[in-house]
Design a protein around this ligand. Structure first.
Ligand SMILES: Cc1cc2nc3c(=O)[nH]c(=O)nc-3n(C[C@H](O)[C@H](O)[C@H](O)COP(=O)(O)OP(=O)(O)OC[C@H]3O[C@@H](n4cnc5c(N)ncnc54)[C@H](O)[C@@H]3O)c2cc1C
Length: 471
């Protein structure tokens, strides 16, 4: 294997592997150093793919439990979950996809160097564990991603006090599960394990679930979670958690002064993820950092020439950088194209879709109603419930709504927020609407097929103009 490359990428997550493929497509000689035994990073191995596979299992169980309503007779007893088979199917899906990335590396003649790398002076990447060697690189892309982190009051022991890394591998359904944090990871696991049969309590420090979403979406999710039997404690701080052989005892304090002592089989800490930069040699090379994240400009250049960084490991300085697979991949494409001399434009982070695959699903893009008001827009909103749609009735999934946030003067769509069936798919229309600076009128004039869930988007647009047809 050669040791000199045009581009060396550190980390083969959705940021790194996509950057590598794009750079190779554009004629660069590329190597990727990855320390795991498989390619694909957090998304494929511990994140997007395994969690969504588990959610599909939970959904299958839900449908089968309602078999009688569907006129499907199940002759022997009540349906139950077989975790061995669930895990086997999930692992097969993960394995297939990571192998797929390996295939793409071969197809694009990308060298996968198996090991752990650090930056070792200008244009040098040292693989110090695994296939030990020093690579020479005209350009380096750091894509080392993130890992779970806790809060000072709670020590993760990976047995009773766990992270998402363990929650995807559980061999048995826990009788009771407390989840700390109600971001995407927290609410997705709440949906999975509640459907599988656990007693689930979700504790959120802020006053509402999924705090980054529109307030109406948070309220709808809380309503649905309570209906499903999930205990929701918002505005509540976990003050301690102590693990024993049988379980974990959690102390928490609500904003109104109420104290809670909760015993559970497991505590899942889903309070966010921090950057993976320890031992990377970034600081030694003089790369500017902020709270452990690598600081980059809008073209993902670090403060050191010929070193770029993308994905979960970066900060752009202002605002929170979204830790999402599709964001890291898009950043990877931009960097690869910039390095190949293409004309590239900065990403508009207001146009990043957020998808949360809890039950009911959430899809959102652009400004929430309160963000739009804070930015001084003269706002109008329209909302349409899925429950009115024929297609939603047929699917037996009538919770939730689509909400459009627009401004009055030019009628421009500023945000689309939805909770309910297929929201993580339907949001693509909202993303395009924002990208093309669509007006609400243009959404109304766009023909939406009948009967589909997408009619809720058209109806929400009508509602924004004060006149939904079917309501
Ligand atoms: C439970 C969960 C569910 C998620 N679900 C979604 C979802 O549905 N949709 C979505 O968009 N996002 C989701 N995410 C977030 C998504 O997984 C991340 O945003 C994405 O993986 C970030 O990609 P990345 O390439 O920046 O980093 P990562 O995927 O973390 O990849 C970094 C890679 O670098 C390697 N590495 C690190 N240091 C070194 C080193 N020194 N040498 C060699 N290799 C190294 C690591 O082994 C890893 O493979 C989820 C995350 C979690 C935890």
């Amino acid at each position: 294997m050669p040791t000199a490359y045009d581009v060396v990428v550190i980390g083969a997550g959705t940021g790194g592997y996509v950057a590598a493929i794009r750079a190779s497509q554009l004629g660069k000689k590329v190597a990727v150093v990855e320390k795991q035994k498989a390619l694909g990073g957090t998304c494929l191995i511990w994140g997007c793919i395994p969690t969504k596979a588990l959610l599909e299992h939970a959904h299958a169980l839900k449908v089968i439990r309602e078999a009688r309503e569907w006129g499907v007779m199940i002759p022997y007893g009540a349906p139950a979950i077989d975790m061995k088979q669930v895990q086997a199917r999930k692992d097969k899906i993960v394995g297939g996809l990571t192998k797929g990335v390996e295939f793409l590396f071969k197809k694009n003649k990308i060298d996968w160097i198996k090991g752990t790398a650090r930056l070792k002076g200008r244009g040098k990447v040292e693989v110090f564990e695994g296939d030990k060697q020093t690579l020479e690189a005209r350009e380096v892309i750091v894509a080392t991603g993130s890992s779970p982190r806790s809060v000072p009051a709670v020590q993760i022991d990976h047995q009773r006090i766990i992270t998402s890394d363990e929650a995807i591998h559980l061999k048995a359904v826990p009788k009771s599960l407390v989840i700390m944090g109600s971001g995407a990871v927290g609410v997705e696991f709440a949906s999975i394990y509640r459907r599988f049969g656990s007693d689930v309590t979700i504790i959120e420090l802020l006053p509402r679930l999924v705090p980054v979403e529109d307030e109406a979406v948070s309220a709808e999710l809380e309503k649905s979670f309570k209906k499903q039997g999930i205990t929701v404690l918002t505005g509540t701080k976990v003050t301690s958690a102590s693990a024993s052989a049988d379980g974990v005892t959690i102390e928490a304090q609500s904003a109104d002064g109420t104290s809670h002592t909760i015993s559970a089989e497991l505590l899942l800490v889903a309070t966010g993820r921090g950057p993976v930069t320890t031992g990377l040699g970034a600081e030694e090379l003089g790369i500017a950092m902020e709270n452990g994240y690598i600081k980059v400009d809008e073209m993902y250049r670090t403060s050191v020439p010929n070193v770029s960084a993308i994905g979960d490991v970066i900060t752009l300085g202002a605002g929170v950088h979204p830790q999402l697979a599709h964001v890291s991949s898009m950043e990877g494409v931009i960097v690869a194209e910039r390095l190949a001399g293409k004309d590239v434009q900065p990403l508009n982070y207001d146009h990043v879709p957020g998808c949360t695959y809890c039950d009911p699903e959430i899809g959102s893009v652009g400004l929430t109603e309160s963000e739009a008001r804070q930015r001084g827009y003269d706002v109008r909103v329209g909302q349409f419930p899925f429950g009115v749609l024929g297609r939603a009735k047929m699917a037996g999934e009538s919770e939730g709504f689509v909400k459009i946030v627009a401004e009055k003067k030019y009628d421009e769509v500023l945000g689309v927020h939805m909770i309910g069936p297929r929201s993580t798919e339907l949001i693509a229309e909202g993303v395009l609407a924002l990208r093309l600076e669509c007006t609400v009128e243009e959404l109304i004039k766009t023909i939406h097929a009948h009967p589909t869930f997408s009619e809720a988007v058209a109806e929400a647009a009508h509602a924004t103009h004060g006149a939904a047809i079917h309501m």
